[in-house]
Ligand binder design. Structure first.
Ligand code: ADP
Ligand code: MG
Length: 693
């Protein structure tokens, strides 16, 4: 394989555009992509025709507008290129079909922002993310809006948030005398996932219907030996990863790093970072391709945040930065950050944004699946904080305390191996327990769930930082002594928002009470986290930055709660069915066999001990009754919930239904450890986690 040659072979990328488009058209398209100039619609016909010709040469017969509705998944509807001409057909893609498509909006979540009778929705081309051919179809990345112009997807607001940040960041740069065409936000999303045998997967209704196991006694060997992380790859996994890379590269996804993760059967893929909307599209594509490639290898790829209890779940670290088209990274501290005024101002803006909108940012990553990870000492806590590391932490401390800062000399890190080169210690150590950590020239937002569309988090991040920039720019524009004014802002804001900075262990028991003392929010589940989005200031910031209208902001919060409620409802119903139809009957059969064995021993007349059978019969019968009672309570509580009222319904799901489900699970998991393997109706954690060779 000639990797540089095959990379992006299925993408209508810059070089293909250059080769296939008339030069005027190419230039106009680039102006839209590079400088954010409004798309010149008159070029659409020429682009469509070149794109179609190229796609056909790649084996495409269909095209689709590819969009990201608020289901969190990608959506596609395939149309063939054919158009009748006499008794034959020709292949056609018009400029109009490239730039606009019609789609029934009433079947996608809208949070009530659009009445169902106004079912018309439009998809519109996003020329900044390149089209590609996959499985015989030309995929055209698009945004999705309603007839009345409300956004119905994740991409339109992401693009708006990028525009907002671009605009405000350029104002800041201008104050420092730096001119540029565009400030881009960039994202590198690290994707964690599980691979298990597909055969075993289809034997578990809970995995198929909810993405996670609703039961499962812990396996005797979990992750305690710490031997899976970075361990050698099993042959089947290695084959999968090779195929995955091959496919991702062909679609222009910069798959860079692959390795085993902490939990058994858990793995990770990290791409090289790219412009936010391209990174999001790439990540959506990655999740889809992972599932399909897994199937080819007889595997099931689990993207749920917590497929198994007792071992780590999966997240998606969102590495985030801002950079001009010339490559000036706004988060690059340089050699002496203490005197780098621009960097300090940018840092102060980020710290201010995260503190002021900690609730909104926490809500942006809230989901039923992610609730299992946050605060469980495997992922950051549900409390937002910022980690700066030793060097930046000391600089900020000195600013806040008004002390002078002396740079600590980089320590020579002698390792006692004379053959090895001596390396100086890094300025920032790693802190894996922080939700939002500075890592050299970017922030790593670590709270995202593995199956999330990372748009949500980035929409929020871009918007709140843009807002902080705009406040600073308002204050600084027209000031004579910029240096002095900037330093005053930096000191004031870092003092004001100092409470959000936490450079220590986020998993330790000390942090929760300390965070409470600092007045930081600690919303542990989605039902409690999302309602902050209805607060006036959390609506206003999106409206002010032109990212959401008021109606859109409220609709998004509604959809989040509605979606959470639906997921817990499905989980509860699945659990009820599994217990009633499979677990209780199987355990009952096993009890019957034990009774028969005991009875036949006793029927011999001599005194043969039956203690084992009797003890098991007693415990299992008791647990089976308890399970049955717990299921009845769950069913009854579920019926009580008024699902029309999203706020009360989601709260009841979190505070009533989830504890009910816990009670059911406790009985079932104990019964699993006592029931003969021959009787147990489902593959166990051992079967699921250790059966891939
Ligand atoms: P770390 O070792 O700190 O996790 P890596 O260099 O391995 O950092 O990068 C992790 C992820 O961060 C990768 O996806 C990488 O492309 C991305 N990344 C690196 N630099 C940046 C940046 N400036 N902006 C956004 N993402 C970045
Ligand atoms: Mg990382």
């Amino acid at each position: 394989m000639n990797l540089p040659e095959m990379f992006g072979e299925n993408v209508f990328n810059d070089s293909v555009q250059k080769d296939t488009l008339p030069s005027e058209v190419y230039k106009a398209l680039r102006a839209t992509i590079d400088a954010g100039k409004q798309l010149d619609v008159s070029i659409a016909g020429a682009v469509a025709s070149a794109m179609k010709k190229w796609a056909i040469s790649k084996g495409a017969t269909h095209y689709t507008h590819w969009f990201q509705p608020l289901t969190g998944l990608a959506a596609e509807k395939h149309d063939s290129f054919i158009e009748p001409e006499g008794d034959r057909v020709i292949m056609r893609l018009t400029g109009k079909s490239l730039i606009i498509g019609e789609s029934d909006a009433s079947s996608f979540p809208s949070g009530g922002s659009r009445a169902t009778y106004m079912a018309r929705g439009y998809t519109a081309w996003d020329p900044t993310s390149p089209a590609f051919v996959k499985e015989g179809t030309l995929y055209i990345p698009t945004i999705f809006v309603s007839y009345t112009g409300e956004t119905l997807d994740n991409k339109a607001p992401l693009l708006r948030s990028m525009t907002a940040l671009d605009k405000q960041a350029k104002r800041i740069l201008k104050i420092f005398g730096i001119e540029c065409k565009k400030v881009f936000t960039q994202v590198g999303p690290e994707q964690e996932y599980f691979l298990i045998s597909e055969e075993e997967y289809y034997k578990r209704k809970d995995l198929v219907l909810t993405g996670r196991t609703l039961f499962g006694a812990p396996v005797t060997r979990g992750q305690e030996l710490e031997d899976h992380y970075f361990g050698t790859l099993k042959p089947k996994i290695g084959d999968f990863m090779r195929d995955l890379d091959r496919e991702l590269w062909s679609y222009g996804v910069l798959s860079k790093t692959k390795h085993n993760e902490v939990a058994p059967a858990q793995h990770e893929m990290a791409p090289v970072f790219s412009t936010s909307n391209i990174a999001v599209d790439g990540n959506m594509l990655t999740m889809d391709v992972m599932k399909k490639v897994a199937h080819k290898h007889g595997l099931a790829c689990l993207l749920h945040e917590k497929p198994f209890r007792g071992i780590n779940g999966s997240g998606k670290h969102n590495n985030w930065s801002m950079s001009t088209e010339k490559g000036l990274n706004l988060l690059n501290p340089g050699d002496s950050p203490e005197t780098n005024t621009l960097f300090k101002l940018v840092l102060a803006a980020v710290v201010k944004a995260i503190d002021e909108y900690q609730g909104a940012l926490r809500a942006s990553i809230a989901s039923a699946g992610n609730d299992h990870r946050l605060g469980a000492d495997e992922a950051p806590p549900a409390i937002m904080s910022v980690y700066l590391g030793d060097q930046l932490g000391a600089i900020v401390d000195s600013i806040v305390k008004g002390e002078s800062y002396t740079a600590a000399k980089a320590e020579k890190g002698g390792i006692g191996v004379p053959e090895s080169p001596i390396f100086p210690k890094d300025a920032t150590d790693r802190n894996r327990t922080s939700p939002f950590a500075f890592t050299g020239n970017k922030f790593e937002f670590r709270m995202l769930g593995s199956q999330a569309n990372v748009s949500d988090a980035n929409i929020c991040l871009n918007t709140i930082v843009a807002d902080a920039f705009s406040e600073f720019a308002d204050e600084l524009e027209g000031k004579k002594d910029v240096e002095k004014a900037v330093n005053a802002i930096v000191t004031r804001e870092l003092k004001k928002h100092y409470r959000i900075i936490f450079n220590h262990d986020g998993y330790g028991p000390a942090w929760e009470p300390e965070a409470a003392k600092r007045g930081l929010l600690n919303n542990k589940n989605t039902a409690d986290a999302v309602p902050v989005l209805y607060e006036e200031k959390n609506i206003e910031v999106f409206v002010r930055q032109g990212v959401y209208t008021r109606a859109e902001a409220i609709a998004r919060a509604d959809i989040r709660l509605e979606n959470y409620t639906k997921i817990i409802n499905i989980e509860a119903l699945t659990m009820i069915e599994m217990v009633k139809r499979d677990v209780i009957p199987c355990v009952s059969d096993f009890i019957a066999e034990l009774c028969q064995n005991a009875a036949s021993k006793q029927s011999l007349g001599v005194n043969i001990p039956c203690r084992t059978e009797m003890k098991l019969i007693e415990r299992l019968a008791e647990l089976n009754d308890k399970a049955s009672d717990a299921v009845e309570k769950l069913e009854a509580d579920l019926k009580q919930i008024d699902k029309e009222d999203v706020k009360s319904a989601s709260s009841a799901m979190a505070h009533v239904i989830i504890p009910d489900m816990e009670a059911v699970r406790a009985c079932v998991d104990e019964m699993e450890t006592l029931t003969s393997a021959d009787y147990w109706p489902y593959p166990t954690y051992y079967d699921l986690l250790y059966s891939v060779k």
